[in-house]
Unconditional design. Structure first.
Length: 121
């Protein structure tokens, strides 16, 4: 970002849709695969008309796919007990990161999820 000419803040509507890309992932706590389906639907609907939604949608999807892989690993590790401990840790980490990303998106700022695979570019 150029210090002389800062980027203008995206519109309130753009920021709201970007925030919803992240928040829709919380559906995964209620509906199986909702954490991937929610951001995917919003991203597909708005990515062409709102560049900020395109950016945040990709990041949200990449993170949620990464978390889904982590859940599968945790479930497999339940056979050796460590998965019982790791599963809630992954769930709490996911919840906290989604909230942080949502707040940043609503502020018009970028957020890079830690430990996220870059599957969608």
């Amino acid at each position: 970002m150029d210090q002389q000419h800062p980027q203008p803040l995206p519109s309130k509507e753009d920021r709201t849709w970007a925030m919803l890309c992240h928040l829709s992932a919380l559906a995964g706590f209620i509906v199986p695969l909702g954490s991937i389906i929610g951001p995917l639907v919003i991203w597909l609907l708005k990515k062409e008309e709102m560049p900020i939604v395109d950016e945040h949608g990709k990041k949200a999807l990449n993170f949620q796919i990464t978390i889904a892989i982590a859940y599968v690993v945790c479930i497999l590790l339940m056979f050796v007990v460590i998965g019982v401990i790791l599963l809630p840790v992954v769930a709490i980490f996911s919840f906290v990161m989604v909230i942080l990303a949502s707040v940043k998106a609503n502020d018009g700022k970028q957020f890079d999820y830690p430990l996220s695979l870059k599957l969608i570019k």
